[in-house]
Design a protein around this ligand. Structure first.
Ligand SMILES: CC(C)(COP(=O)(O)OP(=O)(O)OC[C@H]1O[C@@H](n2cnc3c(N)ncnc32)[C@H](O)[C@@H]1OP(=O)(O)O)[C@@H](O)C(=O)NCCC(=O)NCCS
Length: 333
């Protein structure tokens, strides 16, 4: 049985940060009812459309039931309020103030259902001087210091980069997921719901160990790793591709030095050793000897990864609207 069976989530979310949270709730067994405006949620239209299906919606729309409701019309609002009475969670990531303007803010929701958990994700939170500012992933990457840290990894004097895969949506989405699960857990004790207010800015600041390195030691985490020498981690070129090595001090480094015959860890000597072998040879010998190592794979290679396949990470989908394609599954076993 799935752990969230019996929990109903009213999912008003759009774009990425809210929908990814709702997906995980659905994949863990919650009945997620995705409530869209009559014009459809924005990722449905995100290009390119493949036989009418957006790859973005295919990714974010999983494990949900769908319905449209015009929340600005009395009948739509009335139906939504009926659903609130029969549900456990309301999840939204509109700009702050939107739910209040709809007459569906926290006070109204808990009046309808004292057990409701109401979770919001927004750019900067529902309090504070930036509360009304709208945001998307790159906005949060820029404001949180994350973009500056990305540049620090590549070239501290060079260009800024936007990290891929909407990291500043996924992290707040997961933060909201934690908040929702904690609120549902505490409801067992108290019998009452709770308000979860997650900001992209806060969530992205909260994952940065560099803040601790910066304030205590005046350096970023990347700078600390570089200062620790080649024995921490690095990319090396084998004769047919690249490998990533993590050589932390202790038995991992001892094992590496013994089997490579390198008596002093220097970048040039590690590079020379790796270059003699193929990627699979390096992986075979190092991983069998307890040294963390991986190939640097592209998306096709990742989907051929025997380990990810053995763990059931991929599933073949036969979508009546689009071509059959390979899709992802929930990454917990
Ligand atoms: C993503 C974002 C920038 C989009 O901004 P936007 O397109 O101006 O959308 P808003 O959230 O401000 O407003 C949505 C509007 O649609 C309306 N709407 C949404 N669902 C509706 C429904 N089912 N029926 C009727 N109206 C609906 C809302 O009432 C609101 O209308 P209003 O502005 O007249 O009050 C903004 O929602 C935001 O900053 N969200 C928080 C951060 C976030 O999650 N960003 C996305 C990360 S991927």
């Amino acid at each position: 049985m799935k752990p969230l069976k019996g929990i109903r989530v009213l999912d008003l979310t759009h774009a990425h940060a809210g929908p990814i949270c709702a997906y995980y709730l659905g994949a863990m067994g919650a009945d997620v009812v995705k409530i869209e405006p009559l014009w459809g949620e924005m990722t449905r239209m995100f290009p390119p459309l493949v036989k009418g299906l957006s790859p973005y919606f295919a990714f974010l729309g999983r494990c949900k039931r769908g319905v449209t409701l015009d929340l600005k019309k009395p009948r739509g609002k009335e139906l939504f309020e009926e659903l609130v009475k029969k549900s456990d969670v309301v999840l939204e990531n509109f700009s702050p103030g939107t739910m209040d303007r709809l007459g569906l803010g926290w006070d109204r929701l808990r009046e309808l259902n004292p057990g409701i958990v109401y979770a919001s994700i927004s750019g900067f939170g529902h309090t504070g001087p930036w509360r009304d500012y709208r945001s998307y992933d790159p906005i949060a990457q820029a404001a949180s210091g994350f973009m500056w840290l990305m540049r620090d990894v590549v070239d501290p004097e060079g260009d800024y980069y936007v990290a891929p895969e909407a990291i500043a949506d996924t992290v707040p989405g997961f933060t909201a997921l934690i908040g929702v699960l904690a609120a549902l857990y505490s409801r067992h004790e108290t019998g009452v719901g709770d308000r979860v207010d997650v900001a992209q800015l806060d969530s992205m600041i909260a994952i940065q160990q560099s803040v601790s390195f910066w304030n205590l030691a005046g350096m970023t985490f990347t700078q600390a790793i570089k200062g620790a020498g080649p024995s921490v981690y690095g990319l090396y070129e084998a004769c047919d591709g690249w490998v990533m090595l993590s050589l932390t001090a202790g038995r991992i480094t001892d094992n590496f030095m013994e089997l490579s015959g390198i008596d002093e860890l220097e970048v040039e000597r590690i590079a020379e050793w790796v270059k003699r072998y193929t990627v699979s040879e390096v992986i075979e010998v190092l991983s069998r000897n307890g040294v963390p190592v991986a190939p640097v794979d592209d998306l096709d290679m990742v989907q051929e990864n025997v380990q990810a396949r053995a763990r059931g990470m991929f599933v073949e989908v036969d979508d009546p609207r689009a071509v059959s394609y390979t899709h992802l599954t929930l990454p917990t076993n």
